[in-house]
Design a protein around this ligand. Structure first.
Ligand code: HEC
Length: 126
């Protein structure tokens, strides 16, 4: 083999080995930065967490409390059982499905943070 060819081969093998070492299967969740003063919209940002892909409404559809269907979600959640405006982190609708919470169905961290921020902003029907 000519030396040039050997070098080329070495480069190709090195590139292959290096690229195969990316730990693609451990995908860290990206938590986007948000301006804390930007108001969270219940209808635009919180409801889709419950409804899209039947994420929560697969079960919370009237037979299981809280009813998280679009037309009923705010009414079901607007109670001290689920929302604690004095200590938002203790709100059941935030803490129970939190990634560290007790529910077997969990929010992503981004979703949990949105729910918490919405409660901190007064849990408005906006
Ligand atoms: C596969 C069905 C299922 C899915 C999907 C599901 N839940 Fe639940 N959830 C339940 C059941 C059953 C209970 C009651 C038993 C318990 O407390 O774990 C419950 C309880 C809860 C409670 C406590 C209710 C109370 O009054 O004590 C909250 C809050 C809750 N779920 C929120 C959610 C949210 C938010 C989602 C979506 C991220 C979700 N759940 C997805 C089945 C589900």
């Amino acid at each position: 083999m000519k030396i040039k060819f050997k070098i080329l081969l070495l480069v190709i093998v090195t590139a292959f080995v290096a690229s195969s070492c990316k730990y693609d299967w451990i995908i860290p969740e990206e938590v986007p930065d948000r301006d804390p003063d930007q108001e969270i919209s219940f209808s635009q940002e919180i409801l889709p967490i419950f409804n899209s892909g039947n994420n929560c409404t697969a079960c919370h559809n009237g037979s299981q409390i809280p009813d998280l269907r679009e037309e009923n979600a705010f009414g079901s959640l607007n109670s001290t059982r689920y929302i604690n405006k004095t200590s938002p982190e203790e709100s059941k609708i935030f803490a129970y499905p939190h990634p560290d919470g007790g529910h077997y169905k969990k929010y992503t961290l981004t979703q949990a943070n949105l729910v918490l921020a919405w409660i901190q902003q007064g849990a408005k029907n906006n």
